[in-house]
Write a protein that binds this ligand. Sequence first.
Ligand code: GLU
Length: 598
Amino acid sequence: MRRPVARKLSVLAVSAAVVSVGAAAPPQATSTPEKVPVAVGYGGAVSSVDADASAAGIEVLRKGGNAVDAAVATAAALGVTEPYSSGIGGGGYFVYYDAKSRTVHTIDGRETAPLTAGTDLFLENGKPLAFADAVSSGLSIGTPGTPATWATALGQWGSRPLGSVLKPAERIARDGFTVDDTFRSQTASNETRFRYFPDTAKLFLPGGQLPVVGSTFKNPDLARTYQQLGRKGVGAIYHGDLGDDIVDTVNNPPVDPSSGWKARPGDLSEKDLAAYRAKLQKPTKTSYRGLGVYSIAPSSSGGTTVGEALNILEHTDLSKASEVQYLHHYIEASRIAFADRGRWVGDPAFEDVPTKGLLSQKFADSRACLIKDDAVLTSPVAPGDPRHPGACTDRGTAAPTTYEGENTTHLTVADKWGNVVSYTLTIEQTGGSAITVPGRGFILNNELTDFSFAPANPAVHDPNLPGPGKRPRSSISPTIVLDRHNQPVVALGSPGGATIITTVLQVLTEFVDRGLPLVDAIAAPRASQRNAAQTELEPTLYSSGERSQLEAIGHSFKLNPEIGAATGVQRLPGGKWLAAAETVRRGGGSAQVVYPAP
Ligand code: GLU
């Protein structure tokens, strides 16, 4: 029943996205390509949430760069046009398919806690800080991993120097981009805390006002910063003057004293920056319906949690299930996988994470049997033990999933050689810490709030407590799916905090099992269950007939206006690629190809 709805949505949204730039807009500084959610053609493809950013990647591909070059170019442009979601003040996870060797590689570019951090990082007088107090402070800021990720990716697999792939972004920052509704509304929702920090207000509230839709937004400070990184390399951050500025800003947040905001200082040092490494590591791999699903291993919980849920779902033929049974099984598999994620996943440099066990079919089998066709599990569901999978049991004490902030950005790229990148980058929640590095044009992350402030379950070890140099657990799930010949089928990912996992799982199953075209699998209304009493539903599902049928077997729901903002690319026969993005969410995404097919 939902299939035609999803298709209709995508058609409607194309026109909505196209008109969003506004007919009465003043002349633009750069010509922004038309924003469309699906594109098919040759020479490579880019999909991101933003048209200027996708165009930056296409420009690099057109000039002969490969998918990695284009991914860094797109990411850098997103740092300009989506500065509240991503940028060099943050981190992310990069997944790369190498066409020549037909293998998948990944980079963990997660931010790290200061070397002085202990489990009490977010405790004050023995009590956890309020989330909002932690976010807009120096305490939440981890050592940025994005610059090191770009340098590592280019060094390993790229074909262009950093200075060259940063050029399009530098130009957009210098000449400006056209403000759209999303940029204005994201600024508006951060306005109060942006005003606490005069450098942030000066940059993002030009003339003291919210940026006007249709106006040109310039960030010359960031253009200079990119130029410096291009000339000197990312050592300017990890060993140089840019790094010194970051350290000063974290340790003495430049707050307006008259704002009354208590901006707690962090404790970052030059040592933290010098010690930072983006880690090359093996992907997670899950076999699903004869395909190989590759994603990111811990410190993100993305690969293991999507993988476990897929292994659980492998027990049910979702292609034949009714819409209600499909949703029921998807929700229950997510619930169980989140119970195991919470108990077992943290930074593997500090925690004994049973990655292999979590991804084993045997473990999934021992959990799948908990799911009933006509009844709902009670959350919080207790975790199982992937080290000793038993017969249909859980082994531990149940704990709720802790709150994590939302919203970053995902991009997906393919090139004419068949290489693919799936890359999610973040400064954690929209607007990050709200603290701009003075004169440098970028906001610092609040990624450390992804740690548990206190144990999720006081009776059990929490693998996600802060520690010195530790990476907070992420939900980021950039995914690449290969066929039996290790050739790409589809690549995708999404922002959305912990909902990233359910979004990637849902889009994958809508595409693989339910047979929806990629753009419709992305557009389909979403549900998200994360081991909580209530499952979140987007409005179309919330007001659907399926909801009451699911409630009849015990499901309980609450409304979530918008979940995630996915992008993807799909390999078609004959060197053709399809790029797909959101039709409506976040104002619609931008799918582009180098040479559109007629
Ligand atoms: N901090 C989140 C995570 O790593 C990502 C932020 C988001 O996408 O919403 O899981």
